[in-house]
Each structure stands twice: as C-alpha cells, then as structure tokens.
Design a binder for this molecule. Structure first.
Ligand SMILES: NC(=O)c1ccc[n+]([C@@H]2O[C@H](COP(=O)([O-])OP(=O)(O)OC[C@H]3O[C@@H](n4cnc5c(N)ncnc54)[C@H](O)[C@@H]3O)[C@@H](O)[C@H]2O)c1
Length: 357
C-alpha cells in the first residue's frame, strides 16, 4: 500500500475489503507480493476487537506468507485473509460462499486455504464459489490436514540443525522437548520417537497429553511449558502458540537448538540476537513449518502426497543453507532466512521483465 492510505507504507501490493451485509461477512484479503506467483495463504476467522486489529493481522500474516512461500521454493507469492467475527456464531454456508465469491473476483491473484478458525470442510464450501482454494477434503481432491507434512518438515529442520551443530543429523539419544502436542506436535513426537530421541512433552490440554502418551508411552510429561523450557534438553520445539521465545524464557532455556512448528516464535525481532548471544541455534519458524503450505499448494497440480513429501524433505537442505549464510554474513539465522527469501523474490520476480511475445 502507498503511504497515505493508512498513513504508513507496509509494502503491500493490494488490500481488499469485502463486505456482504446479508451474511454478515466482513473480510480483508492482503496481498503482500505476487512476484513469485499468486499469493497463497489461509483464511483466519477470528473475533478481532476492531477492524484496525484485523487489518494489522492480515498485513503481517500476508507478508509472512510471502517469505515462507519464497523460502519453500514455491512459485507462489504471499497472501492471507481474515474474516472478522466469532466463527462459533457467525460461520454459515452463505457467509463462506460470499467469501468464496470475493476470492473468485480476484481472478487467481489470491489462493486461499485453512487457518485458525477455518477447516477443511469450510474450504469445501468456499470451493463451491471459487477455483482458487486449497486445503479441501481428500474426497474432493484436496490435500486434507496440513499438519502431516508440517510435522515432517519440522523434523527435517531439526535434523538439519543437529547436523549443523553436532556434525550428524541423527537425533537418537537426544533429549527433545515438545511444547504443545496438538495436531502438529503429536505427529512430531511420532517422528522423534521413531528416530530414537528421548521426548519430553507439555500441553495445557490434558486430552492432548493423554492422546500422545497413549500412542507413545515412552514419552516423559512435565507439568508446564515453563518447566519444559528450564528442563535439561538438547532441542526445544515450540509447537503451541506464538511468542514462546521472549525476554523471560530465552535466559532460562537450556537447549542448544530451537526448532518447532509454532508461527512467530520470537516475541520481538531482538530475540534472535539474544538466542545467538547465548549460542542457541534457532531454526526460523517460517522456514521449518512450511510443510503445510507445501502440502496444500500441491493441490493446485492435482494432489500427490509423495511429491509434496519430497518437496517438504528439501527443508533439510534449505535449513542448512540458511545456517551457512548466517555464519558467512555474521547475522542470526532469522536474518539470513529473510535475506534468502528476499533474494529469491527479487531474482525470480525480475524474470517477468523478459517479454514472452
Ligand atoms: N497445522 C499446520 O499445518 C501448521 C502449519 C504451520 C504452522 N503451524 C503452527 O504450529 C502451531 C501448532 O499448530 P497445530 O495445528 O498443531 O495447533 P493445535 O491447536 O492443534 O495445537 C496446539 C496445542 O498447543 C497447546 N497449547 C496451547 N497453549 C499452550 C502452552 N502455553 N503450553 C503448552 N501447550 C499449549 C494446545 O492445547 C494444543 O494442544 C501453531 O502455532 C500453528 O500456527 C501449524
């Protein structure tokens, strides 16, 4: 957006406000960049306190998707949408279909998917009005639950971090703390147990703990996320909410590697320096948790799980490249990841200058 519209320059290409009075739909679609292709990112359905809060969120989330998709090697730009309201009371077929029509009206510049508050079944409804939707149910040719490859990608990022720090990707015998054993966390535990790691978990939900322990009785459970952060660990994997790494938790952290699925793990940008100063290797969240977007984006080519898994496995090499660049340029890994993503957006985006006749 240009300076003046909202009194600031956020760097976004396009922001679309969508209103359908009859169904109560109020949505904002943010497109940060389409340099690499259509902007792909999920739809967050959330009871924002104000339209300004919703706008801030969609601007930050769509920018994040541009970086995530660029680093994942996808030919996709960065977009995201928010629907304002409580999904428990506001969500209806009419609202989702109205939303689908707005997505369709962008003619493929934006492709949607699930996010907080929206599910595979919702995308099936949205798909009745637009072609530009992923994350639909497998029965409809969709990729289904994206947690499967998200967890696999985080596991690859963790192996790459171990390789960088300890000279071997083998996690056997390493003590790994997984904070949050929801959809992604409990699948990550499965990969870790299989790899011979000693796993310690925490979750605020007793049901989530029970489900994980029933499947993997060998895991150790601690009472809280704080306890997990202070535990004697080799690797800490934040798989719950954002902001797990902050001014209070980082000084307490005993692990040498942080690699997890949660989005926006750094409470503020200065935290990556704090981690660096303490000699803790941080695998940038948007790099290692890209398996989900890789999974749903594969739907655009007719979903093939094996192909999507192969693409997700490349997170291992990208993570190593990020650490190497960070060392070469003397910057924290999060900065190196940003630089790689920006480089790809600039270099590949510039190819459009070659006229195709
Ligand atoms: N699902 C995906 O494909 C995907 C993709 C990319 C990123 N992510 C991110 O990964 C994280 C986990 O996603 P998910 O889909 O597994 O969500 P989820 O809601 O299924 O799981 C989150 C789990 O964290 C627990 N939790 C909440 N607060 C906690 C705390 N303070 N301490 C410990 N546990 C706590 C919850 O009880 C829940 O079991 C989120 O940050 C999400 O944005 C998910």
């Amino acid at each position: 957006m240009t300076d003046g519209v909202f009194g600031r320059d956020t760097g976004h290409e396009q922001v679309v406000f969508c209103h359908d009075k009859a169904s109560g739909l109020k949505a904002i679609i943010g497109l940060y960049s389409t340099a690499l292709g259509p902007g792909l990112g999920g739809t967050r359905f959330y009871p924002y306190r104000s339209e300004a809060d919703a706008l801030d969120d969609v601007l930050a989330l769509s920018k994040g998707m541009a970086y995530k998709n660029a680093l994942a090697g996808l030919d996709l730009g960065g977009g995201k949408a928010v629907i304002i309201g409580d999904p428990a009371t506001l969500k209806s077929e009419a609202l989702l279909r109205a939303y689908g029509r707005f997505v369709e009206s962008l003619n493929g510049r934006y492709i949607t998917a699930c996010d907080v508050g929206t599910y595979v079944q919702d995308m099936d409804v949205v798909a009745r009005e637009t072609r530009f939707v992923t994350g639909r149910s497998p029965e409809d040719g969709g990729a289904g639950d994206s947690s499967v490859l998200t967890a696999f990608g985080v596991f690859q990022g963790m192996r790459a971090s171990a390789d960088h720090l300890w000279g071997s990707p083998d996690l056997a015998g390493r003590r790994v703390g997984v904070a949050g054993v929801g959809k992604v966390g409990h699948l990550l535990v499965g990969h870790l147990v299989e790899a011979g790691a000693r796993v310690v978990i925490s979750d605020v939900s007793a049901a989530a703990i029970e489900r994980t322990v029933a499947k993997h009785p060998e895991v150790e459970v601690v009472g809280s996320g704080d306890e997990l952060i202070r535990a004697e660990l080799d690797v800490f994997a934040p798989c719950a909410l954002g902001g797990a790494l902050n001014d209070e938790t980082v000084p307490e952290l005993r692990a040498k590697i942080v690699c997890g699925a949660a989005n926006n793990q750094l409470a503020h940008p200065g935290i990556d320096k704090l981690l660096d100063d303490r000699g803790i290797l941080f695998a940038p969240d948007y790099l290692v948790n890209a398996g989900g977007v890789i999974q749903v984006s594969d739907e655009l080519h007719g979903f093939d799980f094996a192909r999507a898994k192969r693409k997700t496995a490349r997170i291992f090499d990208t993570t190593k490249s990020v650490f190497q660049l960070a060392e070469a340029e003397g910057v924290p890994a999060a900065t190196a990841a940003d630089r790689l993503a920006e480089r790809r957006m600039t270099e590949i985006g510039a190819l459009r200058a070659i006229h195709l006749g």
